[in-house]
Design a protein around this ligand. Sequence first.
Ligand code: ZN
Length: 81
Amino acid sequence: MKPPICAICHKRFELTGDDCGLIYFRKRQSDIDWDKRMKETGAIGHPPYAAWFCKDHYKRAAELQNLSIDRALPMIREIIL
Ligand SMILES: [Zn+2]
């Protein structure tokens, strides 16, 4: 796993409480293939369909986790802080 750095604002943050953390998005075919490849080779890596979010972006990311990551990220970025 990557260290917790927000996928939107690239801020490094501490994992405190449940208002920040890792979000798993809907898997695309390429993500399903990735899972399969990892399982077959026994390798461990950061899933391409998962990303960290700080407390400023976690809530919005959680709302959009039924989308694939490539669709969700631009929508999360639209939030102006
Ligand atoms: Zn953030």
